[in-house]
Ligand binder design. Structure first.
Ligand SMILES: [Zn+2]
Length: 324
């Protein structure tokens, strides 16, 4: 596959995001990166290294809704004249990131309060979310890429495949003949992706506040494994050359976490936040939300397996225990 990985700097960990340049027709940028001052010069240098003028770029494709992947879409759209293409759910993040983040902050505030996270930690965690708003410039979205559609990119025909879990809009773009896919943050080589509870519009029923995104993530990983790919190009870090092994590592990581939560519940029933604290007494910043999210993931999977059940409430928060 004639794609070049372009490492783009980001102001938060892990410090880099992978963009991809397809220098053959239709010349395509995948994931332009965050709106920071190094991004556009990095792309201009990459284009020049391939003997390309900015105006030759035809498309900018976005893999999912996260700021570090799409923030510079508008800057590159202006510089190149290329069309911006993304899965349908990404539209609101491209065309109104501040509003989309306000909705996320509102939902995750409700989620954290529901699970009895202290107000101060909730405020701290969500300040991190609000802090990324300046790294995305509002852009037009020129066309949507629905699940199952096909897209020509740099001499390849890519099939668009929805893979929710890491975010609701994660999407894989697969050359099924070549066995190669762009996978965004759905599947990484170096660590399992964070799985986030999908943001829901109010009014949010109580049952929705137990949703974690984990069942979707596991289904998505299995669906990608079934494609039989030989190479996956991820949104961060090194390419994935053994897809079944990378899927297995992620699944095992999640299962180990499930087992740890089940062990913690052997010492007595607890709220989701109580379970977070049993493993880390002082979660800080966005970690308070990420650890709550991971714990809800374990509880949702253990609940589906009939090993954990909800046992009423404590200070209004759902309380969980081992199933009898
Ligand atoms: Zn992401």
């Amino acid at each position: 596959v004639k794609a070049t990985t372009i490492q783009l700097r980001t102001p938060y960990p892990p410090g880099h995001v992978n963009g991809y340049l397809f220098a053959d027709s239709p010349i395509t940028i995948v994931d332009p990166g965050p709106a920071v001052e190094t991004t556009v010069p990095t792309w201009l240098a990459a284009l020049a290294a391939h003997g390309l003028q900015p105006r030759q770029v035809e498309q900018i494709v976005l893999t999912h809704q996260h700021w570090d992947h799409l923030g510079a879409a508008q800057a590159l759209r202006e510089r190149t004249g290329a069309r911006v293409l993304a899965p349908p759910g990404v539209r609101r993040y491209v065309t109104g990131f501040a509003e989309a983040m306000a909705a996320e902050v509102a939902y995750y505030t409700t989620l954290m309060r529901t699970h009895d996270v202290p107000e101060e930690l909730t405020t701290q965690a969500l300040a991190v979310f609000a802090g990324i708003v300046p790294y995305v410039e509002t852009s037009e979205l020129d066309a949507e890429l629905p699940h199952g559609s096909q897209l020509r990119v740099g001499g390849h025909t890519l099939t668009v495949l929805a893979r929710p879990g890491h975010s609701p809009t994660d999407t894989v773009f697969a050359d099924l003949e070549a066995g190669v896919a762009l996978v965004g943050d759905h599947l990484l080589e170096e660590y399992p992706s964070i799985v986030m509870p999908p943001v829901q519009a109010p009014p949010v029923p109580a049952s929705a506040l137990l949703r974690s995104g984990m069942p979707e993530m596991l289904d998505s990983l299995r669906a990608t494994e079934r494609l039989g790919l030989s190479l996956a190009l991820p949104g961060h870090g090194a390419p994935v050359s053994d897809i079944p092994a990378a899927v297995a590592r992620s699944v095992e990581f999640f299962r180990r976490h499930d087992a740890q939560i089940l062990d913690a519940l052997a010492r007595g029933s607890a709220t989701a936040w109580g379970l977070v604290l049993s493993r880390d007494p002082e979660p800080r910043g966005a970690d308070a939300l990420y650890k709550l999210a991971a714990t809800l993931g374990a509880l949702e999977m253990l609940g589906r397996e009939g090993r954990v059940e909800q046992l009423g409430e404590e200070r209004g928060a759902p309380r969980f225990g081992r199933a009898a």
